[in-house]
Ligand binder design. Structure first.
Ligand code: C2E
Ligand code: MG
Length: 272
């Protein structure tokens, strides 16, 4: 018995449309992709200060409307289109960060997310070097956010790629730490500069003793290894207060700001 359902048709039809639209958008210079910026705050002093931003891609599809990463990145990964999209995000982010550096914020950094597939591009070091050369961004002001996915499959390969990228003078952050197969060994074995604690911990920080202990443990460990910690996902003052005064250097959450369109970020944090 074969049963027809309107839903099945619309779901597969939508996926096919999205695939076609994504191929067109990437072939046309990726300009339908827009980068939002979420401020990253240094909270070690009395006052929290913005030290840069994480670049977070959105897709303003002419045909399908506005989409967040969860809506289209899995398909982009599947189709191999994450590479052209990711390379576009990288170059644009470097370009804007260089602009902010020249506009009176020489210390501003930009964090750019790189998936495991992107890291595995044969010419990854050349791609990053070219983005730095084309935009003039100081290597130290670029941070690549990577997850452990590749390390779980092949630790040696991950170490080799991270070491080569760091040879350019850029920094590497271990993203989403604390979920999936997070291994404390990776923090020790791979030369990361920053560990970003997954937002699920900050979201539970005020009610969960486990979340508090986890953040404290990572902060202690990071201090011993001389790397920085960034905790993502503070949504309210109570969560922020818990982190302020701990050994956490950076925070990134809705309490300060959601990811903002570039001009809004610049108005608030660059030209304030
Ligand atoms: P991520 O790297 O962990 O980025 C942080 C995500 O957490 C962002 O979601 C941000 O909006 C969200 N977030 C930040 N603060 C809070 C908070 O206080 N509360 C809550 N509930 N959420 C918060 P977004 O922008 O939807 O991005 C999702 C993921 O998509 C990113 O997670 C990253 O893994 C991926 N992504 C985004 N842009 C790119 C890109 O250009 N390339 C690649 N490869 N991946 C990207
Ligand atoms: Mg990230």
């Amino acid at each position: 018995i074969a049963r027809y359902s309107e839903d099945i048709y619309s779901e597969s039809g939508r996926r096919l449309d999205m695939e076609k639209n994504m191929r067109e958008a990437t072939a046309n210079g990726c300009d339908e992709f827009e980068i939002y910026f979420q401020p990253i705050m240094d909270i070690q002093g009395e006052m929290a200060v913005c030290t840069g931003a994480e670049a977070l891609v959105r897709w303003n599809s002419l045909r399908q409307g506005f989409m967040t990463p969860a809506d289209f990145l899995p398909l982009a990964e599947y189709l191999g289109l994450i590479n052209p999209i990711g390379n576009y995000v990288l170059t644009e982010s470097c370009k804007y960060c260089k602009m902010w550096n020249d506009e009176g914020h020489p210390e501003f950094h930009v964090n750019v997310n790189f998936s495991a597939a992107q890291l595995l591009q044969n010419n990854i070091v050349d791609i990053v070097e070219k983005a730095l050369n084309d935009t003039g961004l100081r290597p130290a002001n670029l941070i690549l956010d990577v997850t452990e996915k590749l390390a779980v499959d092949d630790l040696e390969r991950m170490k080799e790629i991270v070491t080569k990228l760091k040879g350019l003078g850029i920094q590497i952050a271990l993203d989403d730490f604390g979920i999936g197969c997070s291994s404390l060994n990776h923090i020790r074995e791979i030369p990361f500069d920053i560990v970003k604690v997954d937002k699920s911990y900050a979201l539970q920080l005020t009610e969960s003793a486990y979340a508090q202990s986890f953040v404290k443990m990572i902060a202690d460990l990071a201090q011993t290894l001389e790397i920085d910690v960034c905790v993502e996902g503070e949504e309210g003052p109570a969560q922020y207060r818990t982190l302020h005064g701990a050994k956490v250097k950076f925070v990134q959450g809705y309490y300060f700001d959601k990811p903002l369109p570039r001009r809004a970020f610049e108005e608030k944090y660059v030209r304030r």
